[in-house]
Ligand binder design. Structure first.
Ligand code: ADP
Length: 551
């Protein structure tokens, strides 16, 4: 019995092994496309499964897919499985085909798979689930379920797309998104802060603009601004009130309509000069009021420059100087009248003094002679002062007439110096003259200029004992300079030196501040010019330049 049993067992083992080998061979044959069908034993007996389109291409295609693919029959037996799916869950392929799908599914996911499969049988369906491989690795997958009609009946096809790297990317994306959100929040906060700051600055700006407008509209002058090209782009209300023009009429070059026709050309010349040079602009001109009356204005503008020195905008003011002008005119009229009125009695006094001097000389009355000489000196001073005042009024009235004649320049200089040296005992006048030149000019007036420069040089260098006078002649222009070694002129006072009645502050020497003004007017009338160099405490050099004319 025992032997028989052993034999039966051996036979059974033998047959089972044979069956297994057959099954493996069948699976391999299906997988590699050698067979199109296989038989599966189920409760209704053996059933033949064929792959409807299980041709070589189809199988290779499924085999090469990066997705896992299986087909199940109604009982949940795996009819087909590609090697990708077997690898996915780390179960040998031969163990998959013919086995129950639910046995390959991790315990925890079984329920989810059951519901998924039953849905798949009803309609095409997709869902995400996690597979657990035999090694315990969790694989997120997208499962697409669809039914396939095969010859032997309907099967369910499941395609598994491994979402591991997608999930990884999604996770990275989520992390990046979170970072982005954080960054966005920071940016938003910065934006909000910036916005707040802008609002604040705008408020500050509009307040300061309000301040500027208020200031510009309340100060008693016309205020304007212009672009670097010279176009005016702002006026305070005083401008509109005075001219009666509106912004459109005044902007750009419109303001020029308010200029007096006789002044416009000189205003434009100076304005264009300033625009080119970027130097401060200053000019006196008449401007027409809304009532059609002209009043004198002094126009001043300063350029506002960037760090590279480019003009960004011009800021200008126009100040009404009509009243000052009128006062000046009245003063000039008074000076003119007074000097004329004084001239006659002083001339008479001078004549009588000379007669008395002659008498005293003949009588040899020393005391009388001494007193009369002092009186004569004072009368000379008075005559010179009156002469200066008369010259100023003449020059103002454009009546500084010249008696032009041909003059030997060096001879004129020498004559003046000789006369001056008689009166100036404190200083030696040294001559350093270049080649002489015949010039056309008023001998007396030019003599007056040289005398004035020499007497200033002596007056303002009390501690020095010499004055130098030099000339230069380049054939086109003759230059004469008077050098002294005296108190000099502070730089701060130099710009106004040729203005009438100007005297350097704290000047304790006698004078009216007219000498240099008259000199400059005389030289200008000769088409020449004057300049000077001076250093406080060291001395000054005053020069004039005359053009050499050929006839
Ligand atoms: P003044 O009658 O006051 O001398 P001027 O017109 O001749 O008038 O000169 C104007 C001012 O210039 C003077 O008050 C003086 O302060 C200054 N000045 C003129 N010449 C000299 C000089 N050579 N040295 C120093 N200061 C001078």
């Amino acid at each position: 019995m025992e032997t028989i049993n052993t034999l039966t067992n051996q036979n059974e083992i033998q047959s089972l092994r044979q069956q297994l080998d057959e099954a493996n061979a069948a699976i391999e044959a299906i997988r590699t496309g050698q067979v199109d069908a296989f038989v599966v034993e189920d409760k209704n007996g053996p059933r033949l499964y064929t792959l409807k389109s299980a041709d070589q291409t189809y199988r290779l295609f499924i085999e090469k897919m990066t997705e896992g693919a299986i087909t199940l029959n109604k009982e949940g037996i795996i009819l087909y499985c590609n090697s990708r799916f077997a690898r996915m869950i780390n179960i040998p392929l031969e163990n998959m085909i013919g086995s129950y799908f639910k046995n390959t599914i991790p315990q925890g996911s079984k329920k989810a798979f059951d519901s998924l499969i039953s849905k798949g049988w009803k309609q095409e369906y997709k869902d995400e689930l996690s597979l657990v491989s035999t090694g315990g690795k969790i694989i997120p997958v997208l499962i697409s379920l669809t039914t396939l009609d095969l010859d032997e009946g309907t099967v369910l096809s499941l395609i598994f797309t491994d979402l591991t790297s997608q999930k990884k990317i999604e996770k990275q994306l989520r992390e990046k998104n979170a970072l982005l959100k954080k960054a966005n929040a920071v940016v938003e906060q910065l934006n909000n802060e910036l916005e707040e700051r802008v609002i604040e600055r705008t408020k500050e700006l509009s307040t300061s603009r309000e301040h500027f407008r208020f200031l510009a509209d309340t100060i008693p002058v016309i205020v304007w601004t212009a672009l670097p090209n010279g176009d005016f782009d702002y006026f305070n209300t005083r401008w509109y009130d005075y001219t009666g023009m509106n912004f459109e009429q005044s902007a750009g070059k419109g303001w020029q309509a308010a200029e007096h026709p006789d002044d416009l050309a000189k205003v434009l010349v100076e304005w264009n000069k300033a625009l080119i040079s970027g130097d401060p602009f200053k000019i006196e001109s008449r401007k027409k009021s809304a009532k059609g009356i002209y009043r004198y204005y002094i126009m001043n503008a300063l350029p506002f420059k960037d760090k590279d020195g480019n003009v960004i905008r011009w800021f200008g003011v126009c100040t009404d100087i009509e009243d000052q002008k009128k006062d000046m005119e009245r003063k000039d009229e008074f000076i003119s009248m007074a000097s004329h009125e004084l001239k006659t009695p002083v001339t008479t006094l001078k004549a009588y003094t000379e007669i008395l001097l002659m008498e005293a000389e003949s009588k040899q009355n020393k005391m009388e002679l001494n007193m009369l000489q002092k009186m004569d000196k004072q009368i000379n001073k008075l005559t010179s002062l009156i002469g200066d005042l008369l010259d100023v009024s003449k020059s103002n009235a454009g009546q500084l007439n010249l008696e032009i004649e041909k003059i030997d320049f060096n001879q004129l200089v020498k004559e003046v110096v000789n006369v001056m040296q008689l009166t100036v005992k404190t200083h030696k006048i040294e001559l350093d003259l270049s080649e002489t030149q015949l010039i056309y000019g008023d001998k007396n007036r030019l003599g007056q200029v040289i005398t004035n420069l020499l007497s200033n040089a002596a007056k303002y260098s009390p501690k020095a004992n010499k004055i130098k006078i030099s000339s230069a002649n380049n054939g086109n222009e003759i230059k004469l300079c008077v050098h002294d070694y005296g108190i000099g002129i502070p730089v701060s006072q130099q710009s106004k030196l040729f203005n009438r009645f100007f005297r350097v502050s704290k000047n304790t020497y006698p004078g009216l501040g007219l000498g240099l003004y008259i000199c400059n007017e005389i030289i200008k009338r000769h088409d020449g010019r004057m300049d000077f160099k001076s250093e406080e405490g060291k001395g000054s050099t005053f020069c004039f330049y005359l053009p050499v004319k050929n006839n």
